[in-house]
Design a protein around this ligand. Structure first.
Ligand code: F6R
Length: 614
């Protein structure tokens, strides 16, 4: 979704802003722009702020920005359209009528129509169709020589969500920012300050950051920053250190971030597991949960709230928690839970699962549960993200920055967190010490098994070449592989735009089998347990109707290999661990189909990396 970057310091701002926006590209956007305060003296007729905006890619903006654009303080933005079409005029920054104030905004201003009407009566002339532009005019309306005071006065009228950064031509070196429901992070440099919606835009310049909380306003100059809360009280800032390294957000020789992230999974899963497995006790320890043994014992059921791929990880996790830890568990779509007046039962463990930790649906559902007295633990990847900070404890999955829009390595790291959680809860109930040790041994072997599953790369690419031009796919699995079928279908549709449906394979005869024809391939995930035979029967049903079958099954499964049109062998692991080895080949299948069709795999159309609006 939209991204913000701001810079004030001794260096040329435009370069840093454009480079920061490039780092934010992965979040999804359709236009971008910067506003830089021109250093004095101004030539005749020169505008005090240089504002340059372009629809399309950052490369287009870069071309439009003069190499020697003067100015050492400015703000930039990548826009993902919500109010108003994708046009240069609707791109941010927006300026007030005098051209002396520029703002960028993430989020949605719900009462923008009423504010616009009021401001137009006061003489404001609007240049865009966006909700955000009202902020520039409102700040101008209140401006009386102090940008911070004017922004604060304006905030009092805004309903909705925002991350805002603003500059004024009359206040050299000052950037003012405000946050309510849309992240903002201050980057504390040496003689320079930055502001961004995402730490990836700051990493090249500083590792010292301060996350703003909702209701806070920051005012910064190159030398200092101060934060105040909604009641105008000074806030003592907590400076965090980012541990992500710059090379973690580079492609490092891969042709895309998605490819890099798929192939990183052996290491990222290893990181998620590392230091958390206790061989001696045959158990796992997730320190961040902040729960004593007694509190863990008291848990009677688990509820997962999440969206998209994270919800799929939750579905796998819940099957495990129920079958292994013997706890009733359910994964719910966050966007549904919030609005259906949920009953929050005592002794329930709520888990908000989110790679970005910023997904609005998940965040709001979490707050709804908390409002009703439930406590929610976060399972997040991004350290310092809103869900991580507002949850009552939780675990980081440590997959490292995930830049491609389609989630891959974060998914398998979320799975790893669920396996650890399952083990630690199971060991408090029925699982014996010996079984716990066996579970751990199997888990420990997963990174290598994932590496082996990725060795099918070339074979999968060849299959993708043969199948990428089919228009519809079915993805079918049973038991713990059913959520993996959902995930396989989601991955294919989001990056290749091929229509794909994920189903429990037992369900196909209840409707979807009507879709089966020689034009509709079915991707089967065949488990190596008691459900294998049933799945093989389903394959036969599809074959009998002329449907092409791509089957993933354990290496050496000659029966499945003989039945299927295409066979993708996966390494041998225990049946409950098969999600780990089935998912990478599915990610590769989607990836290669998308490449075959010439899609932008890292930034698929219409999608954003972190969905900060409902
Ligand atoms: C799909 C994908 C999305 C996200 C969903 C939730 O590849 O990435 O479905 O999983 O938007 O995002 P997070 O996990 O950041 O809450």
């Amino acid at each position: 979704m939209c991204g913000i970057v701001g810079y004030t310091g001794p260096r040329q701002a435009s370069r840093i802003l454009v480079e920061g926006l490039k780092r934010l590209e992965y979040r999804g956007y359709d236009s971008a722009g910067i506003a830089v305060r021109r250093d004095e003296p101004l030539g005749d007729g020169e505008a005090p702020l240089s504002v340059i905006k372009r629809i399309g890619k950052i490369a287009e903006l870069r071309q439009a920005v003069p190499k020697d654009l003067p100015g050492t303080c400015g703000i930039g933005h990548t826009r993902w359209a919500t109010h108003g079409g994708v046009t240069d005029a609707n791109a941010h920054p927006h300026v007030d009528g005098s051209g002396r104030i520029a703002i960028v905004h993430n989020g949605i201003i719900e009462n923008s129509a009423a504010l616009k009407e009021m401001l137009e009566k006061e003489g404001a002339r609007f240049a865009s169709e966006t909700d955000s532009e009202v902020i520039a005019h409102l700040v101008a309306y209140y401006y009386d020589g102090d940008l911070e005071a004017a922004l604060k006065a304006a905030l009092g009228h805004l309903r909705g969500t925002y991350g805002i950064a603003a500059i004024h031509a009359d206040e050299p070196g000052r950037i003012v920012g405000a946050r309510n429901g849309s992240p903002l992070v201050v980057g504390v440099g040496d003689g320079e300050m930055l502001l961004a919606s995402d730490v990836t835009a700051l990493l090249a310049h500083t590792a010292s950051v301060v996350y703003l909380n909702d209701g806070e306003v920051v005012s910064m100059t190159p030398a200092e920053f101060r934060i105040s809360d909604g009641d105008d009280r000074a806030v003592d800032p907590k400076i965090d250190t980012i541990t992500w390294k710059l090379d973690a957000i580079e492609k490092e020789g891969f042709s895309s971030y998605m490819e890099k992230e798929i192939f990183e999974q052996p290491e990222s899963i290893d990181r998620a597991l590392s230091g958390r497995m206790n061989q001696e006790y045959g158990s796992a320890k997730l320190g961040g949960l902040n729960l004593s043994k007694k509190e863990l014992h008291a848990i009677e059921r688990v509820r997962v709230i999440a969206a998209g791929t994270s919800w799929h990880a939750g579905l796998v996790g819940c099957q495990l928690l129920e079958s292994v830890a013997r706890l009733p568990a359910q994964a719910e779509l966050a966007s549904e839970l919030r609005y259906r007046n949920p009953v929050v039962e005592p002794n329930s463990l709520y888990l908000a699962v989110s790679q970005s930790g910023e997904t609005a649906d998940t965040l709001y559902a979490m707050r709804e549960i908390q409002r009703r007295g439930g406590s929610v633990l976060g399972v997040c990847n991004v350290v310092g993200s809103t869900i991580a900070r507002e949850s009552d404890g939780g675990v980081y999955v440590h997959s490292g920055p995930e830049i491609a829009v389609a989630s891959t390595k974060a998914f398998t790291s979320q799975l790893a967190a669920f396996y650890l959680m399952t083990l630690s809860l199971a060991r408090l109930h029925d699982m014996s010490h010996h079984e716990g040790q066996r579970f751990l041994a199997e888990l420990r072997a997963i990174p290598e098994a994932v590496r082996a599953s990725l060795a099918q790369r070339d074979a999968i690419q060849a299959i993708a070449k043969r199948y990428a031009r089919y228009r519809d796919f079915l993805f079918l699995g049973r038991g713990i592989l059913y959520p993996i079928a959902l995930e396989g279908a989601l991955k294919l549709k989001e990056i290749s735009y091929i229509h794909a449906e994920g189903y429990a394979s037992g369900e196909i005869k209840h409707g979807p089998i009507a879709l089966v024809s020689p034009e509709t391939p079915s991707v089967f995930l065949v488990s190596n347990d008691h459900l294998r035979e049933k799945t093989i029967s389903n394959i036969r049903e599809i074959k009998a109707r002329g449907g092409p079958v791509i089957a993933l099954a354990q290496e050496g499964d000659d029966e499945v290999a003989g039945l299927a049109d295409e066979f993708i062998p996966v390494p041998t692991v225990g049946s409950r661990f098969q999600p780990f080895v089935m998912v990478p080949p599915l990610q590769l299948l989607s990836y290669f189909c998308a490449l075959e069709l010439g899609r932008n795999v890292d930034q698929p159309r219409n999608l954003a990396k972190s969905v900060t609006v409902e």
